[in-house]
Design a protein around this ligand. Structure first.
Ligand code: NAX
Length: 320
């Protein structure tokens, strides 16, 4: 890609909290690099298009050297036309009294439409990262609504869980996050997730790891809401940037990405689950050949079972 050709990047939920941080990081060049100009498409629901236009005004006011244009729209086919990277952040939040099944249903409707639109108009090598919850199952729905794209082009954000794990270990041991290796988070982006230190170089006490760290990381989203009064936003945006950056540029060490399973480690083929992965040649690859203990198998199976139940709850949306 030459410096004069901008890359089109789409962000949905553009008037929301996460986008307010994410868009600035993208436009600063933190995803594609400081020499790649960007053209942004901001997708919102009709009621929030006005607010997204305000976000676009502020982005323009930031005078980013790499910014080549912004489209604000409520039409997925406009937003995804020729896009190379889609951050699907917007989703229907869980409101008081809403059952998980209703949440899955409401989001299923959003992600079938967006998957179909990506299938129809996005660049053929588009990379899709679903951030909006329930992220894994929303990515599963989008991937299954896009038959002309490869399942490997769809992923869900579990890098925040990965980063939270690195951070907890670093705070406990004093070892900087960049020096910690082979950390991964398996399963669903939910309280059932399994942050796994089995292969890492972290020197921590087993009781702390199993009884304090795992639940702390798995429930960190709720803790942030309790303390900050609002859900994680800048840290989620930062993780989304890390995920897309590494997907494009590659990694040496392991990262966690929720990707479409090929059946590895007993995770049903087709489910979108967090795995230990590396990014090579522009693709996420599941780290192979790991021996799993009974403890690991149990934890992974519990989270995968939740993903199976979510798949079951949305199956009717994908018929026909
Ligand atoms: P906000 O409620 O601030 O913003 C969401 C925005 O999405 C709103 O402006 C809304 O109008 C828009 N939206 C809704 N439906 C849309 C559609 N069909 N097309 C386009 N836009 C649409 O939420 P925010 O704090 O930004 O969080 C966004 C999502 O990220 C939520 O689902 C949240 O649960 C999820 N998260 C996921 C994380 C992860 O690690 N995977 C962590 C952070 C966050 O909890």
């Amino acid at each position: 890609m030459t410096a004069s050709q901008p890359v089109k990047i789409t962000v949905t939920g553009a008037a929301g909290n996460i986008a307010y941080s994410l868009l600035w990081r993208i436009t600063a060049g933190d995803v594609y690099g400081k020499d790649t100009p960007v053209e942004l498409a901001l997708l919102e629901i009709p009621d929030a298009v006005g607010a997204a236009e305000g976000v676009a005004m502020e982005l323009n006011d930031s005078a980013f050297p790499l910014l080549r244009g912004i489209t604000v729209t409520d039409d997925p086919e406009v937003a995804f036309k020729d896009t190379k990277a889609a951050f699907l952040v917007g989703s229907r939040p869980r409101t008081k009294g809403m059952e998980r099944a209703d949440l899955l249903e409401a989001n299923g409707a959003i992600f079938t439409v967006q998957g179909k639109a990506l299938n129809a108009v996005a660049a053929r090598d588009v990379r899709v990262l679903v951030v909006g919850n329930p992220a894994n199952t929303n990515a599963y729905i989008a991937a299954n609504s896009a038959p002309d794209l490869d399942p490997s082009q769809f992923s869900a954000l579990m890098r925040l869980d990965h980063n939270r794990t690195l951070s907890q270990v670093s705070l406990k041991t004093g070892v900087p996050t960049a020096e910690l290796t082979k950390v991964a988070v398996w399963g669903n982006h939910s309280a059932s997730q399994f942050p796994d230190l089995t292969y890492s170089n972290a020197e921590v006490d087993e009781t702390w790891y199993k009884e304090e760290m795992i639940p702390k990381v798995a429930k960190r989203g709720a803790e942030i809401i309790a303390v900050r009064g609002r859900s994680s936003a800048a840290s989620a945006a930062s993780a989304a940037v890390d995920h897309m950056h590494d997907w494009i540029h590659g990694t040496e060490d392991w990262r966690t990405a929720a990707i479409v399973s090929d059946g590895s480690y007993g995770v049903d083929e087709g489910l979108v689950a967090g795995f230990p992965t590396v990014s090579r040649d522009g693709k996420w690859e599941i780290v192979q050949g790991l021996e799993l203990s009974d403890f690991q198998k149990e934890r992974i199976e519990a989270s995968v079972q939740e993903l199976r139940e979510e798949r079951e709850a949305v199956a009717h949306l994908l018929k026909g």
